[in-house]
Design a protein around this ligand. Structure first.
Ligand SMILES: C[S@@+](CC[C@H](N)C(=O)[O-])C[C@H]1O[C@@H](n2cnc3c(N)ncnc32)[C@H](O)[C@@H]1O
Length: 679
């Protein structure tokens, strides 16, 4: 990674604890790693994620509890009845001597005790400030040295570090190498803001896209495997996501005002996700923020005016000299009535004073946002925003040399090397010969009786197979065209090859390629020559390592969508899908194969010839991907509306402005084909 990104761009190595180690021999491994490099370390984006101390196991230092009676006990002795107790950690109020004169007073008094400055130390704050911390009820004087009462709630969080022990746990795995979404979520929240773009070039079951979709990030994901893409598509579509309150919304402004105890902002809102969400926040109260809060003195003075006369009355009625810190919390029944009354009122005022001081401390404290805890509106159910799945790249980038000259001739793109040897092509032919060409139905499989090199421009081999059976069996000749090892077959490539096939009197052109561009995908025939576009399995990239026994579906033809465009009311159109055209080698005919083989089909009702936008989607197959969405939503569903999604006939739509519609069909294996129709 240092070589790829440069060692100066290393940002962090995160160790993630996983549930169990694979393989029992030797030392068990229970960790995985997230390696974080930046493209440029100076522009790395880092959002500090705060974790609750309780969850991070660092809350154990808070070993004292302050009861509502004012009594302090060990936190381990707390009972459930004492739920209003506040957990705290007593921390020193003196630091290393640094010569700050105002912090070098020799003693101070609190709760009737005198505390002496230890040798080589200075107090953490000035004498008036220390007195203020005492007035705020934040000095613990139960020990030999005074201590600051640091409540867990003063700063209940701690910064995330690079040891993640809390992200393991069970998950519903739909993909063998599925990543735990909590890990991806953390990475995403640490590195992006809402509206940012996230790329995962190894999609798998789509965890990154799923998490990005949930958190309002835009996403792009890529995979070489159609199985992975099909899983990811269903997963993203079938999920239900929380609706987070946007800062840039009326609801968001209201929530923000409520949280900050300020007036609602009157600025117009536009629902821009880039402005972020309204997040939960935690206070960051410190000894310093309390010591510097002069409002505490004002509140204290105000309450002294009522507290002091009440204490005087109590002492008079009891014949005592109780100082403030000596007044018992509970009155005894044997006390004279005036003492009971004064005691009751004194405590009411005493508690009211603490409340007001605490509120002032909270209001003056800094806040930190919990970027992983936005407020959500439970009344709104969100499903995935629109996205497309593109399996064909319409672009091909030829390699060029220093002077811009093409370094790879057209033949190189097809796997023919400079010295004229077929290398990639050779391998493909070798496999084609024994694997044959698979079609939708087993009986339509093309098995070659022979396959021999052919010295064409585009056509590189001639394959012979039998059409018909027994007496009527006739030998047919197929021209074989092989697409590039890395790249896409365009319509022009196919037309060139089909012309050559026609001139050389081939019966059919079989094109083998990893991908076809959008314009190529609706070309099924040129003159009398049928064009079969076989999709090569990505395993052929490592064909040399393939054992001859592993001849699965290496070459698969999935025909053209067969559909009718119908006139609907109001000058609108409807599409009825009949199935997929399939070439039957026994008869040489192309026949439509019913809609049963179709998992789902989409229409771009206004196709722009560049990108396919799914404007209508229908699901015919038994594996209805909306099923999980239906279950997830649990809401009342309009049965008629659902029914239109499970149909071979589309809803009506206006005529396309572009003059073209495109229909894309996906089978149960995830193969897809597209056909463009001029209206
Ligand atoms: C470990 S999985 C990713 C798992 C994913 N994070 C998830 O949660 O499901 C790796 C994926 O990368 C895909 N892959 C492998 N080589 C690839 C390549 N060169 N380009 C794109 N994807 C590739 C594989 O098909 C596989 O689905």
């Amino acid at each position: 990674m240092d070589e790829v990104f440069g060692e100066e761009n290393f940002f962090s190595l995160i160790t993630v604890r996983k549930t169990g180690g694979l393989g029992s021999a030797g030392l068990t491994g229970i960790s995985d790693f997230v390696v974080w490099y930046a493209k440029s370390i100076d522009s790395v984006k880092y959002r500090n994620l705060l974790q609750h101390k309780v969850n991070m196991g660092t809350a154990s230092q808070y070993s004292y509890a302050l009861l509502s009676s004012g009594e302090t006990i060990s936190a381990s002795k707390l009972t459930t009845a004492q739920s209003d107790a506040k957990i705290f950690q007593p921390t020193a109020v003196h630091t290393m001597f640094a010569g700050v004169q105002s912090c070098l007073y020799p003693t101070f008094q609190a709760n009737g005790k005198t505390f002496r400055l230890p040798v080589n130390r200075q107090w953490s704050t000035t004498l008036p400030n220390m007195m203020r911390v005492g007035k705020a009820g934040r000095l613990y004087t139960g020990g030999s040295t005074p201590r600051f009462i640091r409540f867990l709630d003063d700063h209940p969080v701690t910064e995330l570090n690079n040891l993640w022990t809390d992200v393991m746990g069970a998950q519903d795995v739909i993909y063998v190498v599925q990543t735990n979404p909590r890990i991806v979520q953390r990475c995403l929240l640490m590195t992006t803001d809402p509206g940012d773009l996230v790329l995962d070039p190894t999609c798998g079951s789509g965890t990154t896209a799923y998490v990005a979709e949930q958190w309002g990030r835009r996403w792009v994901t890529i995979d070489t495997s159609r199985v992975a893409l099909a899983l990811a598509r269903a997963r993203i579509m079938g999920a239900r996501y929380p609706y987070y309150l946007l800062s840039d919304s009326l609801g968001g402004q209201k929530k923000e005002a409520e949280l900050t105890r300020t007036a609602t902002s009157g600025t117009p809102t536009y629902g821009r996700i880039r402005q972020g969400f309204v997040y939960e926040r935690v206070p960051h109260i410190t000894l310093k923020s309390i010591a510097n809060n002069a409002e505490i003195d004002v509140i204290w003075e105000k309450f002294q005016e009522t507290l002091e006369p009440l204490r005087a009355r109590l002492n008079a009625a009891m014949g005592t000299h109780w100082e403030e810190w000596e007044v018992p919390r509970d009155a005894d029944e044997s006390w004279p009535q005036p003492a009971i009354d004064a005691h009751k009122q004194w405590w009411e005022q005493r508690i009211a004073r603490q409340k007001e001081i605490d509120a002032s401390i909270a209001a003056k404290a800094d806040y930190e946002f919990l970027y992983d805890k936005p407020f959500d509106d439970k009344k709104i159910v969100r499903v995935a925003g629109p996205f497309t799945v593109e399996s064909l790249s319409p672009h091909r980038t030829p390699g060029v040399g220093e002077d811009g000259e093409l370094i790879d001739g057209i033949h190189d793109a097809r796997g023919v090397h400079h010295d004229g040897r077929y290398e990639f092509g050779d391998t493909v032919l070798k496999h084609l010969e024994y694997a044959g060409v698979q079609q939708a139905h087993k009986e339509d499989k093309i098995d070659f009786t022979s396959l021999a090199p052919y010295p064409g421009e585009a056509i590189c081999a001639e394959g012979r197979y039998t059409e018909g059976v027994d007496d009527e069996a006739e030998e047919r000749r197929a021209g074989i065209f092989i697409g590039p090892e890395f790249g896409t077959v365009s319509r022009a490539d196919l037309v060139e090859a089909a012309r050559e096939a026609a001139e050389a009197a081939f019966d059919v052109l079989i094109s083998c390629a990893f991908s076809y561009d959008a314009q190529a995908s609706d070309l099924a025939k040129l003159g009398r020559v049928a064009i079969l576009k076989a999709r090569m399995n990505a395993d052929l990239h490592m064909a040399d390592d393939l054992k001859n026994t592993g001849k699965g579906n290496l070459f698969v033809v999935f025909g053209e969508p067969d559909f009718d465009v119908l006139d609907a009311d109001d000058d609108e159109l409807q599409v009825k899908i009949n199935g997929v055209d399939v070439f039957h080698p026994q008869t040489g005919e192309v026949r439509s194969d019913g809609p049963e083989g179709i998992a789902c089909w989409f229409i771009d009702t206004n196709y722009n010839e560049e990108s396919f936008f799914v404007r209508h989607a229908y699901f015919l197959g038994a594996n209805d991907p909306y099923k999980s969405l239906k279950t997830t939503l649990k809401a009342e569903i309009n049965a008629d509306a659902w029914e239109t999604l499970h149909s071979d006939t589309s809803r009506p739509f206006p005529k396309p402005e572009t003059g073209r519609i495109a229909v894309k069909v996906i089978n149960h294996l995830g193969d897809e084909v597209m056909k463009v129709f001029r209206v």
